[in-house]
Design a protein around this ligand. Sequence first.
Ligand SMILES: Cc1cc2nc3c(=O)[nH]c(=O)nc-3n(C[C@H](O)[C@H](O)[C@H](O)COP(=O)(O)OP(=O)(O)OC[C@H]3O[C@@H](n4cnc5c(N)ncnc54)[C@H](O)[C@@H]3O)c2cc1C
Length: 408
Amino acid sequence: MSNEHVVVIGGSHGAAQLVASLRQEGWTGKISLVSAEPIVPYHRPPLSKTYLAGEQHQDEILIRPANFYEGAEVDLVLGSRVIAINREDKSITLHDGGKISYDKLALTTGAKVRRLALPGDHLQGVLYLRDLGDVDRIRQFTGNGKHAVIIGGGYIGLETAASLKKCGMHVTVLEALPRVLQRVTAPQISEFYMRIHREEGVEVLTGVVAKSINGEGLVESVSCENDLRLKADLVIIGIGVLPETKLAEDAGLEVDNGILVDEFARTSDHDIVAAGDCTNHFNPLYQRRIRLESVQNATDQAKTAAKSLCGKLEPYRALPWFWSDQYDVKLQIAGLSQGYDHVVVRGDWEKGRSFSVFYFLKEKFIAVDAVNRPKEFMLSRRLLAEGRTPDLTRLGDDSIPIQDLLKA
Ligand SMILES: Cc1cc2nc3c(=O)[nH]c(=O)nc-3n(C[C@H](O)[C@H](O)[C@H](O)COP(=O)(O)OP(=O)(O)OC[C@H]3O[C@@H](n4cnc5c(N)ncnc54)[C@H](O)[C@@H]3O)c2cc1C
């Protein structure tokens, strides 16, 4: 191991954790981190929250200080896109034609935005939000009293709406489906978010499909299928992401909605591991293959991948969790709610800003969405990881502490 070289492709949560974990696990060989981005890995969640709202600077969102990589003897190759993995001679090719040889390779290539083809989508001021460069571009079109239209009522769209509102903009969110967050939450959570955005002065239009973006050079408005025309100085499209798997596919690795990895984060080539948004893994807690888009998964799976490279095969079986910050509301999610057949709500979701939605499948507790209820989130995380289910007949009574509702 001492003379071997690990090359990590990617420059975000997965990559930052992988290089740190490699050293912690005793990797003594060379480590290189090759990222298309020009700066060291930074936290992505603040991009739609505090960083967009101007409440945090670039230096404050770095995952590790820039000098960490020097201390850990990690060679940084920044601003360099990898265009090919050559498995025959174990090397990668960079966009400028340069080559780097590897003994082991780690893919943390993450995800890329899903693009929306609309007339006028090329206009200045029509943007997506995935990395720091995107926010810096968005900032050129923000300003007190200006109009922003956000296409897509998912977490990123809603967080962006809240942050732009803080910047003094008039904000409209367009969601094609009947409710925001429809694909990922119960109706109570969707209705709650529609209410709080409206209370904060954001216009949320559901069941409305954007038809074209209009302007000459600069964006001026968005036309919708119901003939509505919305003034716009800025349009942000947030309709989800796709796993960045091209390198892996071209190299002949197995890919199916993400790079297929085993429980040790190994790809179909055992000299190549992968972690984070780009992967698809079997989750033993939910007994199915999943692809997650979360900091938790990128970080925890990277730890597993680093261990595997160091010859310590430990299966990845972390409980998925996620969060979203909008205004004074912190949503914390534990588990996966997809496929639920029953929910129990604790607290006043119709008027208040503190409640939890518990999701069940065949009376088994599978997930929670906790709104400003960190204790219920923490306890639920523990229960879910242990496979325990609270007494669902009395769970809705907010006056009974959850601890008193636990089945033996
Ligand atoms: C605005 C925003 C807000 C979010 N908020 C939350 C949140 O609140 N909570 C949460 O849990 N998650 C949140 N997420 C999701 C979370 O940020 C991702 O799940 C996480 O960043 C995944 O990390 P990753 O390392 O797998 O991939 P990514 O963060 O996608 O990083 C991939 C990296 O690989 C690089 N790369 C890709 N291809 C190549 C190549 N060929 N050559 C070189 N480099 C390459 C990219 O440039 C990038 O640096 C948010 C995401 C965004 C965009």
